[in-house]
Design a protein around this ligand. Structure first.
Ligand code: NAD
Ligand code: UGA
Length: 480
């Protein structure tokens, strides 16, 4: 029913579409891959020239270790970035829909439900322009049963004789390790309808992955299970972090150490050691959004206790971020007004320049409200992004949002510069370069106001070493 895939279109050139389809192009030289987006600046960045000195593609819109090499290898060979959405759809055998699905900001379900209008407009576009049958693949994270709405849209708008099969193929990559995750995934999930053409479509997509993923790692399920598994996996991962962070709070008041507690629990094979790193809180564009989506789904099914159960994972995360920020103020003698507070790390985790839902935003905003002078260093986040994330916005009488500036925020180009004359250093993302073996903490100490405080929001620094230098150290999950 569907021929083997020779041409792929990916709608959405973002954090998922870009890396995912670059790997497909690298591993499947016999398939043409075109990644399209309605945002011309994003496409121009994907097509940007290499740095003349290093040869690296430093202008790509997404920073991921290893991505630049893959794009360099494939771009212009069988990997293309374009704003011509219609042409790419027309020539594709298979179309990935990898557009954003943020939390709805207004209307029914605001604050919880996923905003599906980007998915819907991509689907309508496919129906309008396709001149041959195609496999349509949901790559975006979507609420359970979205494929059913996509099918209605496709069937009601397509030309006669054209047939679409919809698959769910959620993405499990984590930012910062995306290339590794894509090259050696724990599993690839493909959900399809239990029809002859649905199964054929699933087999065709599986054949694409089998170019580099062992067949036993490709798990075929029904459509609805696949859609729900993506929300479930993110909810379970986030739940582990909220659980360990709740225990970190107990550790800080009892003298237990969260490192020892996490290690002791992780030795049980039923629990396992991963994802038990205590922190200021989790961030990233997806955990919160996907749990809210699950909460909304549960509420709409009348399952209020289920909704409340998952909501608590987010509430614990909000509490963790605020608890940490409060602790900084409390420790600095209950006031940080006019004090210089250095923040190391602004991205939501290491090895990424992404700041979406970064805990650093919550914590820095808290410091700004306390009228501190905040100086920030992050190895990858551009200065303009930090200001955009921290700018105060006020609604004027007509409801227009007006930026109110970020005058007590300074973005620095090194950790040493950010920490100079500061009263406290606050570590908010776990970049390796902040570790004691990589950063000259002795030098930082010499140039700070005394007493010099370190607040380790990632429980990643060697506290004993820092104390020996003279710092007063407060780390998440360890008592004073
Ligand atoms: P993103 O915002 O980085 O990229 C989405 C892109 O889609 C944008 O560039 C936007 O311009 C484009 N777009 C929107 N509507 C379009 C249209 N009609 N035609 C063409 N382009 C259009 O988002 P992302 O982080 O790549 O996430 C995409 C999806 O993948 C989301 O559903 C997300 O939940 C899911 N996901 C994200 C990650 C992650 O690590 N970021 C991991 C797994 C799954
Ligand atoms: C997460 C999932 O890990 C991916 O499988 C999923 O595909 C993705 O969401 C998605 O759907 O978007 P990501 O958000 O990129 O990936 O990064 P994670 O490594 O999961 O980290 C999320 C947040 O949790 C970060 O702020 C991180 O620092 C924090 N974290 C993680 C902890 O505080 N402790 C841990 O033990 C692990």
């Amino acid at each position: 029913i569907h021929p083997p895939v020779r041409s792929i279109c990916c709608i959405g050139a973002g954090y998922v579409g870009g890396p995912t389809c670059s790997i497909i192009a690298a591993r499947c030289p016999h398939i043409d891959v075109t990644i399209v987006d309605i945002n011309p600046a994003r496409i121009a960045a994907w097509n940007s020239d290499p740095d003349p000195l290093t040869g690296d593609l430093t202008g790509l819109p997404v920073f991921e270790p290893g991505l630049s090499d893959i794009v360099k290898e494939c771009r212009g060979r069988n990997l293309f970035f374009s704003t011509d959405v219609d042409e790419a759809i027309r020539k594709a055998d298979l179309v990935f829909v990898s557009v954003n699905t943020p939390t709805k900001k207004s209307g029914v379900g605001a604050g919880y439900a996923a905003d599906l209008h980007y998915v819907e407009s991509s689907t309508r576009r496919i129906a309008q322009v396709a001149t041959s049958s195609k496999i349509i693949v949901e790559k975006s994270t979507v609420p359970c049963r979205t494929a059913s709405s996509m099918r209605v849209i496709l069937e009601s708008n397509s030309r006669p004789g054209i047939h679409f099969d919809i698959l769910s193929n959620p993405e499990f990559l984590a930012e910062g390790t995306a290339m590794r995750d894509l090259q050696a995934p724990d599993r690839v999930l493909i959900g399809s309808l239990d029809t002859e053409s649905g199964q054929c479509a699933a087999d065709r997509l599986s054949e694409v992955y089998e170019n580099w993923v062992p067949a036993e790692r490709i798990y075929m399920t029904g459509l609805w299970s696949s859609e729900l598994s993506k929300l479930a996996a993110n909810a379970l991962l986030a739940q582990r972090i909220s659980s360990i962070n709740s225990l970190a709070a107990i550790c800080e008041s009892t003298g237990a150490s969260i490192h020892e507690v996490a290690h002791a629990c992780g030795l049980d094979r039923r629990i396992g050691p991963q994802f038990l790193q205590a922190s200021v809180g989790f961030g990233g564009s997806c955990f919160q959004k996907d749990i809210l989506n699950l909460v909304y789904l549960s509420e709409s099914l009348g399952l209020t206790p289920v909704a409340n159960y998952w909501k608590q994972v987010i509430e614990m995360n909000e509490w963790s971020k605020n608890r940490f920020a409060h602790k900084v103020v409390q420790t600095l003698f209950n006031t940080i007004t006019g004090k210089k507070v250095a923040v190391l790390g602004f991205s939501f985790k290491d090895n990424t320049g992404d700041t979406r839902e970064s805990p650093a935003i919550t914590v820095c905003r808290f410091f700004r409200r306390e009228l501190a002078r905040v100086s920030i260093y992050d190895p990858k986040v551009p200065e303009a992004q930090i200001h955009a994330d921290l700018v105060d916005r006020e609604h004027d009488a007509t409801g227009v949002v007006a930026p109110q500036g970020t005058n007590n925020v300074t973005v620095c180009s090194s950790a040493l510069e950010a920490c100079k004359d500061a009263e406290a250093v606050v570590v908010l993302s776990p970049w390796r370069e902040f570790r004691c073996e990589n950063l000259d903490w002795g030098h930082i100490y010499e140039n700070m106001s005394k007493p010099a405080f370190v607040f380790d929001g990632r429980a990643m620094l060697d506290a004993e070493k820092l104390k020996k230098i003279g710092f007063k150290v407060h780390a998440v999950g360890t008592g004073p």
